[in-house]
Design a protein. Structure first.
Length: 165
């Protein structure tokens, strides 16, 4: 007699935490090198990303370095992968951005369809940033696409795409 079992998720919260740790390391490196974001604010962004991913509510994260005029200098996007079994993992890094006097770092999130009003209410006490809607262009059309990195653990991952001048 034989038995078979299936599962809809091939990863755990520990896998999510491992991958988000790499995202957090990247974000802290961007903040430290560019001087356009405090370490504390970077940690708050990373906390919210982790909470939203664990809830199944996050689809994509866009992080952009802007100069004092609002011109894009660098950007990265992180696509959340919930079936990342074939994705190989990388170490964080490669995001030492130029020091940008009077610059800023913009973080934009894309949510899954499950992030409805009930989910927003449930998550509101866990999030450290007050998120709102935006119409900002994140195509990074003025930047060149470069190499990225993959962060993965078992079936969960984040695929990073890099953009620069």
């Amino acid at each position: 007699m034989s038995s078979s079992y299936s599962s809809t998720a091939s990863y755990t919260f520990a896998d999510i935490e491992k991958v988000v740790c790499n995202f957090r390391a990247d974000l802290l490196m961007m903040a430290d090198s560019s001087k356009a974001l405090t370490q504390e604010k970077a940690r708050q962004y990373a906390n919210d990303v982790e909470c939203l991913v664990k809830g199944g509510y996050l689809q994509k994260v866009d992080v952009t370095l802007l100069d004092f005029l609002g011109t894009e200098l660098r950007a990265v996007t992180y696509d959340v992968q919930t079936e990342a079994g074939n994705m190989s993992g990388s170490r964080p890094g490669g995001v030492r951005w130029p020091t940008t006097q009077f610059g800023s770092i913009r973080v934009i999130l894309w949510y899954t369809a499950d992030y409805d009003a009930v989910a927003r209410e449930k998550m509101s006490e866990k999030l450290e940033i007050s998120w709102g809607p935006t119409s900002m262009d994140t195509s990074h059309s003025a930047l060149q696409s470069g190499t990225g990195r993959n962060y993965a653990s078992n079936g969960f991952g984040m695929q990073r795409k890099d953009f620069s001048q």
